[in-house]
Ligand binder design. Structure first.
Ligand code: ATP
Ligand code: MG
Length: 395
């Protein structure tokens, strides 16, 4: 095993006892991300640092690419540094390896650099300033394209004497955020659209574990529409970890609303029942909130009046991470996380089937409540049935 990466994470808010919770969760998520790669790795914590070690034999460029791509999908990593580790701590060996590293990494380009040496091992025969001086001199001799700038160096070359000697200078940016599992759990209302997968991604980025619920309306919505939602859940699970997807058959409820309620209020009433059912599932699964992809003014059901009317049926907090986002900004994220292409597949959505030509844009909660009263003899049983028969797909 050889150390290949040093993991960096933002330390704000992870002091004291929280630090261990954060680091444990991060180590667990990194292990999970690397499990998909066919190679042997060890993820370990040492002296307040997280390192990724890899079996030396068979660790080629292709495997390294896979490791980088995996680390770039783990929330909580602010950046990671490719490390050259040298087991032989003899200074001549270290110096030769450091010079070779600088040559390989920075080739012919003109750069300024500064050496930062650290001795975790205090009985090392040289002190840090001496190591810096000596290494700096040898690099200058060997690399005419490099010069020293102690105030604003372009390259910060770190040489750390620990159980091995670690040489590194580059940081590959990570996603930031918090490791999954450090927040609570939330229930995402996941439709086949562009917004809700992005909303789930954003909440998960704050360390929140996700469950999801999808409302479908067979035979008005097809198996392919459902498969699309499963595919979207799979796509975001690359970042969020495994998701339990609850699939609710919403047809009967939707038909009842269609028959008994004013058509311009269909969408809003439907959304209220979705929220009620989602909240029931959320409480059962010990979630601390609901998540939707709503954004002010995007459609009639997302005006502030509509949001207020939908919101009033919930007792759990409803998180709407996209609330102030423009559509294009949401599209940009969906492209980045690779959900866009799936989201735009043209399968029917249960909301669009019964949609009115002129839906209310300023619903009044009392009026909506009164019209929902038309359903009172039948709706409870329908909701219970939908909940009792719902399907769970593990993604
Ligand atoms: P999206 O792109 O996320 O589908 P949208 O712009 O189509 O959103 P609406 O259809 O009004 O907007 O839905 C608003 C939010 O309600 C969605 O972001 C999603 O969280 C939830 N939602 C809508 N339809 C469904 C459904 N069939 N199943 C689960 N959640 C849904
Ligand atoms: Mg939608």
């Amino acid at each position: 095993m050889k150390t290949i990466y040093l993991i960096k994470y933002a330390e704000i808010g992870v002091k004291g006892k929280n630090r261990y919770v954060f680091e444990d969760a991060l180590v667990k998520q990194i292990r999970h991300a690397l499990k998909k790669i066919e190679h042997e790795f060890e993820v370990r914590r040492a002296q307040g640092r997280i390192y990724v070690d890899a079996e030396e034999s068979g660790y080629d460029k292709e495997t390294d690419e896979e490791v980088r791509s995996a680390l770039q999908k783990v929330f909580g990593i602010s950046g990671f540094c490719p490390v050259v580790s040298v087991e032989d701590k003899d200074f001549e060996v270290v110096a030769a390896r450091t010079v070779a590293y600088m040559k390989e990494t920075y080739g012919e380009g003109e750069y300024t650099f500064k050496v930062f040496a650290r001795r975790a091992q205090k009985d090392y025969p040289m002190e840090s300033p001496e190591i810096c001086m000596e290494l700096g001199g040898r690099i200058l001799d060997a690399c005419p394209n490099l010069s020293v700038d102690v105030h604003h160096p372009q390259i910060e070359l770190n040489v750390e004497i620990r159980e091995s000697v670690f040489i590194y200078s580059e940081t590959i940016p990570g996603l930031g955020g918090m490791p999954i599992g450090t927040g609570g759990k939330a229930m995402l209302l996941l439709s086949g659209g562009i917004d809700s997968p992005v909303a789930g991604y954003m909440i998960a980025k704050r360390g929140v574990l996700l469950e999801a619920v999808y409302f479908h309306a067979p035979p008005y919505t097809s198996e392919r529409a459902k498969q699309k939602v499963v595919d979207l859940a799979k796509k975001i699970s690359v970042y969020t970890g495994p998701i339990r997807l609850h699939v609710i058959n919403f047809t009967e409820i939707q038909m009842a609303i269609y028959e008994k309620c004013p058509h311009d209020e269909l969408t809003i009433i439907m959304r209220r029942y979705m929220m009620r059912i989602a909240e029931h599932l959320a409480k059962e699964a010990e979630c601390l909130g609901l998540v939707t992809g709503e954004s002010i003014g995007q459609v009639a059901s997302q005006t502030m009046q509509s949001l207020m009317t939908t919101n009033e049926v919930c007792t759990l907090p409803v998180y709407r991470p996209l609330i102030a986002f423009d559509k294009q900004d949401i599209v940009d994220i969906s492209e980045k996380i690779d959900t866009y292409e799936t989201s735009i597949l043209p399968f029917e959505d249960c909301c669009t089937i019964f949609v009115a030509k002129h839906p209310v844009t300023k619903p009044v909660p009392e009026v909506i409540r009164r019209h929902e009263g038309n359903l009172k003899e039948i709706i409870d049983e329908m909701v219970e049935k939908a909940l009792a028969e719902h399907e769970i797909i593990r993604v």
